[in-house]
Design a binder for this molecule. Structure first.
Ligand code: ATP
Ligand code: SF4
Ligand code: MG
Length: 350
């Protein structure tokens, strides 16, 4: 059987914090990503999303677990070979580009570093990449400070694509941008994925956005993945009380949305994680047994859906199944409008 493009198993990472304690940021996380697919990682601030992304990029060493690309352990790969295959686009478009480098160098240096082509070919490719991300090649001589946030994020995407990676880790790539610019950048990422087959690990707070662009979703809570499923399945029938609470808390505009289950309280202190289910202090369905056993493992609820709730199979039915337009935030609406225009154009193009 062909191994998955990316397979990470049992990943853990803690950090030393003052007082001699350890802060558990990621704890036993397993994720899988296939070619050309988008896996969204969602969850509240501090749940470990960025740390997971950095572990996958090997920017942090893992305390435990392993990561494989096409069945090969990334620990056996030289840095350069790994970076050629996994690239990253960070949230901050102002901090992620070297202010002293002209865009020409930002785009050509990775190609030359990886030995993909000589300078003339790299320059031609840099111009093509600029066009591909919707910027004029005439701007190649400029410096990052001469661009807006959205333009810089396009350049960061072009830089990531310049080495033709298999995977791009996108850590909240649009959350620092205006809504109208967010939609353009998300659409660009999707178009590029369609054209190049690159797989995306998309870290996001925005569930409406995730509903529109992800193939699969991993929901993180307090360092653990508590539910994972194909996006449509997860939004239609979430099987972890935390996922349900997150969806209920997401902004939505339509009348009669799903029953509201408020998400009150705080996640546990990551330097003193209590025994038992980590969601127990906020869970409306908690029972004594939830605190008496270790944090539940992810178990299959159906063929492709896994939940870390002891009572996943007994949760009350969802009040109203999710519909395609249910997660209607302004950003999601803009993306939907763009998509239908693009699909209509594709139908009329011979
Ligand atoms: N270098 C570090 N040193 C110490 N603690 C860290 C470090 N990086 C992250 N943490 C802690 O690890 C936990 C997970 O952080 P992480 O940045 O991965 O969360 P996140 O889900 O990406 O949050 P956000 O949505 O706010 O970006 C947090 O408690 C954070 O304070
Ligand atoms: S195991 Fe118990 S506390 Fe944890 S999510 Fe399920 S019902 Fe809630
Ligand atoms: Mg983060």
């Amino acid at each position: 059987m062909t191994p998955p493009l990316l397979w990470a198993e049992g990943l853990s990472r803690s950090f030393a914090v003052p007082g001699g304690r350890r802060l558990l940021a990621v704890d036993g996380v397993t994720v899988r990503l296939e070619r050309g697919r988008t896996l969204a990682v969602v969850g509240e601030s501090g749940c470990g999303k960025s740390t997971l992304g950095r572990l996958l990029l090997r920017l942090y060493p893992a305390d435990a677990g392993r990561i494989q690309l096409d069945g090969v352990d990334i620990e056996t790969m030289p840095n350069l070979a790994l970076r050629r295959r996994i690239q990253v686009v960070f949230q901050d478009p102002f901090g992620s580009l070297d202010p002293r480098q002209r865009i020409r160098d930002v785009l050509t240096r990775p190609m030359r570093l990886h030995g993909l082509c000589g300078r003339p070919a790299a320059l031609l490719r840099a111009a093509a990449l600029m066009e591909r991300v919707g910027l004029s090649p005439d701007l190649l001589d400029r410096f990052p400070h001469e661009f807006s946030g959205g333009q810089r994020q396009r350049i960061a995407i072009a830089r990531a694509l310049s080495v033709q990676p298999d995977i791009i880790v996108c850590d909240e790539p649009v959350s620092a941008l205006d809504v109208s610019v967010q939609a353009q950048v998300v659409n660009l990422l999707q178009d590029l994925q369609r054209d190049t087959g690159v797989a995306l690990l998309f870290i996001s707070h925005d569930l409406a956005l995730v509903r529109h662009l992800a193939d699969d979703v991993a929901v993180m809570y307090a360092g653990r993945v508590v539910e994972t499923a194909p996006a449509a399945q997860l939004f239609a029938n979430p099987t972890h009380p935390y996922t349900r609470a997150l969806l209920a808390a997401a902004p939505r505009t339509e009348v009669g949305a799903r029953q509201h289950v408020p998400l009150t309280g705080e996640p546990p202190d990551p330097t003193a994680v209590p025994p038992g289910c980590r969601f127990a202090n906020r869970c409306p369905l908690v029972r004594p047994v939830c605190r008496e056993n270790p944090h539940p493992p992810l178990l299959a609820v159906s063929a492709n859906q896994f939940s870390a709730c002891l009572f996943a199979a007994d949760l009350p039915a969802v009040a109203r199944p999710e519909t395609a337009d249910a997660a209607a935030t302004p950003l999601a609406n803009r993306i939907a409008v763009y998509r239908s225009a693009r699909d209509a154009a594709a139908r009329t193009t011979p």
